[in-house]
Write a protein that binds this ligand. Structure first.
Ligand code: 2IP
Ligand code: CA
Ligand code: CA
Length: 378
């Protein structure tokens, strides 16, 4: 009974196609990159277009999955709000309409009446995605949708997505920047416990096919529920000399502390989701983030995959507190159902204390021991 998994994977594939389309179709692509050369009066519209790609993807996932699982409909949330103000000051609620023509007409209102981009996007929104993945037939876990909720990051690493560099060379398998770090992230969590249960990471820019320069996507999934762990990925082998991946914006004190231990095995990459994927793939053994710059929609899906592989993601500041108090077993994992009290807007859903993503508890412990030993590392 992998119905929920299949539905979410199909939605992630459609999301990936929309993300690819915005870069491949001239009528859309020109809107995405125009800001660099565009005149000032165009700025607001162009900014809106970028947000529109995100909002639309989120709405498509919500629509397609909500249709199949009505119990989930009111519990699918994401980074973006679907209320949009167009260049004329009208508020438009972006949603998937019953017909393609209806969606195209609605999108035209957001896109300053531009017909071709609106029609291209509407066609992608209403296109049926058929998954051909025989391995899904063997997934027998039953996840009750009425107890679940969903976090979506329609496009993570937006900056790299817009910059759009497709020719970055990997360093030790890790792409430090570029389109490869732009991902669709979907996470399902238990409404009552807040635990991540099912995760999908879709890489819309996994591979460029020549001669047409068409991007191929690739998805990964993991389920960790009721004692069952399943994933499209295999647990990577335990490395004798672990690598840690960081944001290039990471605090200098933390960089220095970790560099003293990991030396050249400290690496950097864009995209919070991408760094989590690197851990899941075994390209890095831990991702450490000292700040509250990720949100529930960034970590929920990747966290579920890491759990399915025997790892997890802890709240760094809480884990440090526990570690220093001598409670070193079962460090506090991130949860997904509670907003940060006293915060407003997106900040309500920030992973405020930073995080450590890992597969092997040994690596988590090594990172914790290193950070706990230095007073101001975090
Ligand atoms: C961002 C994105 C950034 C990341 C930041 C996220 O999400 O993943 O790349 O910063 O934490 O919130 P960094 O690249 O320094 O890790 P979005 O692109 O969705 O805003
Ligand atoms: Ca994000
Ligand atoms: Ca995003």
């Amino acid at each position: 009974m992998a119905a929920l998994l299949k539905s979410l994977l199909a939605a992630s594939e459609k999301a990936a196609r929309i993300a690819q389309l915005c870069r491949q179709e001239e009528a859309l692509f020109s809107l995405l990159i125009e800001e660099k050369r565009g005149v000032d009066k165009n700025k607001k519209f162009l900014q809106d277009f970028k947000t529109l790609a995100d909002v639309l993807i989120q709405e498509v996932i919500k629509h397609d999955v909500g249709k199949e699982f009505p119990e989930l409909q009111d519990h699918i949330r994401g980074e973006e709000s679907n209320k949009f103000e167009n260049g004329l000051g009208e508020t438009v609620v972006v949603q998937v309409c019953p017909t393609q023509e209806g969606t195209a007409a609605l999108l035209q209102r957001v896109l300053d009446r531009k017909q071709t981009p609106a029609e291209l996007l509407a066609a992608a929104v209403h296109q049926e995605v058929v998954l051909s993945d025989p391995s899904l037939e063997d997934v027998a876990v039953v996840i009750p949708p009425e107890n679940m909720a969903v976090w979506i990051d329609p496009i993570d690493s937006t900056n790299q997505y817009i910059r759009g560099r497709g020719n970055i060379q990997p360093v030790g398998g890790i792409y430090p920047s570029g389109l490869r770090s732009a991902l669709v992230l979907i996470g399902v969590y238990d409404r009552r416990s807040g635990e991540p249960v099912l995760g999908i990471i879709n890489e819309p820019f996994f591979q460029e096919e020549l001669p047409m320069h068409r991007w191929q996507s690739k998805y990964h999934w993991g389920i960790s529920y009721g004692g069952t762990n399943l994933s499209s990925l295999s647990r990577p082998p335990l490395q004798p000399s672990p690598r840690v991946v960081l944001s290039s914006n990471e605090k200098e004190t933390l960089q220095k502390t970790l560099a003293a231990v990991y030396g050249e095995r400290l690496c950097f990459a864009s995209g919070a989701g991408y760094k989590m994927l690197c851990v899941a793939l075994g390209l890095a053994d831990a991702y450490v983030l000292s700040e509250g710059s990720t949100f529930k929609w960034d970590s929920c899906g990747p966290h579920a995959i890491l759990r399915a592989l025997g790892g997890g993601m802890v709240d760094l500041s809480e884990a440090l507190r526990a570690w220093r108090a001598g409670q070193r077993q079962q460090l506090p994992e991130l949860t997904y159902h509670q907003a940060v009290e006293g915060s407003v807007g997106a900040e309500r859903w920030a992973n405020q204390g930073g995080l450590v993503a890992y597969i092997y508890p040994e690596h988590l412990e090594a990172v914790m021991a290193t950070l706990a030993a230095v007073d101001d590392a975090v």
